[in-house]
Ligand binder design. Structure first.
Ligand SMILES: *Cc1c(COP(=O)(O)O)cnc(C)c1O
Length: 378
C-alpha cells in the first residue's frame, strides 16, 4: 500500500451513487422501455404518474420535461400570463423566476424568513397591501432545502386574497407540513427530477400535481401543444413531456424515496450533534414539519474561509444560492419586490454553505466533514 495517498474526496452530492445503489433494477427498467417500442408518453409515464400521485396523496399527476417547465405549465394552465403578478422569492434557483417570466407573467419578490429561508408570510401581506402595477394572480412559495414553507399562513393569505397557490416542490419530495405532504396544499404543485434532487432521474424530468380535475385537463393540454384531441390545439401549449425512460427509472427510485430521505435525515442529525457549540448557525427546523434535507445548510460569517479549508481537505461544498435572482446580471434592476426590500435574502447569500449530503453518504464521511469544520475553528 502506498502511504501518502490523499484521503478519498467527499463530494457535496453524488447522483451516481444513487444509480449504483439500484443498478440492476434501473438497467432492467431502461431495457423494458427500449424493448417496448413506445418512446413518447405511454404506459411507463402513466404508471409513474399514478404512483407519484399516490405518493403525494393527490388525484392527478402529469409528467413534464423539467421542473422549470412544470412551473411554466402550471401558471399557463391557470390562465396566468401577461399583466399578472406572481409572488415568489429571490432566494431560490433562478428556474423559479425564469419560469414565471416564460409564462409571460411578472414576478414579484417577497423576502424570506431568517431561519428557514422560505417566504415570509408577513412580507407577503405587506407587498399585497401595496403591489406593483398588474393583477395579483398567484403565490409561488419554494419549500427550500427540503423544508416546507409556512403553508398554513400562505394558504390562508392566498385564499383571502383570491390568489392561486402554486408550490415549488423541486427540493421537497416526501416532506410533510402538519401531517400533510408538501405538494398537496396548492392548486398545483411543481416537482423537479433533476439528478441531484431527492427523487432524481438520470437526466431531466418534472411533474405537476393537482386535485382539481379541470386544472389536470388543462395541464395535460398545455404539456402537449394544447391538444385536447390529438393534432387539434384547443389552446396554445408547449412540448414538454416526461421521457418514458426517465419515468421507468423514476418508478424504481420512487420505491426507495422514503428510505433515501431517512438516510438524509440521519446524516443531518449527525451533523447537528457534531457541529453543536461552534460559532455557526445550524439549519432551523420548523415545528410540525418533516425536513427531507435536500441540502444541509449552515450559516457563518467566515463562509469563504471554511469553504476553502474543506476544499483543501478534499471535501466538496455548495452555495445555494450565491447570488439572489434580483442581483443576477440578467435580472438586476428590473424585478419588483415588497416595500421592505429583500434584506434577509441579501444578508444570507454571503454566509450560507451547503455541506455534503446524499442518501449514500457514510457516517465516516460525515464525521470527517465535522472534524474538518471543528479543526477550522480550533
Ligand atoms: C431544481 C429546481 C427547479 C428547476 O428544476 P429543473 O428540473 O432543473 O428545471 C426549480 N425550483 C427549484 C427550487 C429547484 O431547486
Amino acid at each position: 500500500m502506498t502511504t501518502n495517498r490523499p484521503a478519498p474526496a467527499i463530494p457535496q452530492t453524488d447522483p451516481r451513487a444513487g444509480y449504483l445503489a439500484q443498478r440492476t433494477a434501473i438497467d432492467a427498467a431502461i431495457a423494458r422501455v427500449l424493448d417496448s417500442g413506445v418512446y413518447i408518453l405511454g404506459r411507463e409515464v402513466e404508471g409513474f404518474e399514478a404512483a407519484f400521485a399516490d405518493f403525494v396523496g393527490v388525484a392527478h399527476a402529469i409528467g413534464v420535461a423539467s421542473g422549470t417547465d412544470a412551473i411554466e405549465i402550471a401558471l399557463r394552465a391557470c390562465g396566468i400570463g401577461s399583466g399578472d403578478l406572481v409572488f415568489s422569492v429571490s432566494h431560490t434557483a433562478v428556474a423559479t423566476i425564469a419560469a414565471i417570466e416564460r409564462a409571460g407573467a411578472t414576478p414579484v419578490l417577497v423576502d424570506v424568513e431568517p431561519g428557514t429561508y422560505t417566504m415570509a408570510p408577513r412580507e407577503l401581506l405587506r407587498v399585497l397591501r401595496s403591489p406593483p402595477p398588474g393583477r395579483p394572480a398567484a403565490v409561488l412559495p419554494v419549500h427550500l432545502y427540503g423544508q416546507p414553507a409556512e403553508l398554513s399562513a400562505l394558504t390562508e393569505i392566498a385564499r383571502i386574497s383570491g390568489l392561486r397557490l402554486i408550490e415549488d416542490c423541486a427540493q421537497s419530495h416526501g416532506a410533510f407540513y402538519r401531517g400533510r405532504a408538501a405538494g398537496s396544499f396548492g392548486d398545483i404543485a411543481c416537482f423537479s427530477f433533476y439528478p441531484t434532487k431527492n427523487l432524481g432521474a438520470l437526466g431531466d424530468g418534472g411533474m405537476v400535481v393537482t386535485n382539481d380535475p379541470v386544472l389536470a385537463a388543462a395541464l395535460r393540454e398545455v404539456r402537449e401543444h394544447g391538444w385536447r384531441e390529438r393534432y387539434v390545439s384547443a389552446r396554445t401549449g408547449i412540448n414538454s413531456r416526461l421521457d418514458p425512460i426517465q419515468a421507468a427509472i423514476l418508478g424504481v427510485k420512487l420505491r426507495a424515496l422514503q428510505t433515501d430521505n431517512a438516510s438524509r435525515q440521519a446524516a443531518a442529525a449527525r451533523y447537528d450533534s457534531g457541529l453543536t457549540g461552534l460559532p455557526l448557525a445550524l439549519p432551523a427546523r420548523r415545528p410540525a414539519t418533516t425536513h427531507v434535507f435536500h441540502q444541509y445548510v449552515i450559516r457563518l460569517a467566515e463562509r469563504d474561509g471554511l469553504r476553502e479549508a474543506l476544499q483543501a481537505a478534499g471535501i466538496g461544498s455548495g452555495i445555494h444560492y450565491p447570488v439572489p435572482v434580483h442581483q443576477q446580471p440578467a435580472y438586476r434592476g428590473r424585478l419588483a419586490c415588497g416595500p421592505s426590500g429583500l434584506g434577509v435574502t441579501e444578508r444570507a447569500a454571503p454566509q450560507i454553505l451547503s455541506l455534503p449530503i446524499y442518501p449514500q453518504i457514510s457516517d465516516h464521511a460525515v464525521d470527517r466533514v465535522i472534524a474538518e469544520i471543528r479543526r477550522f475553528f480550533a
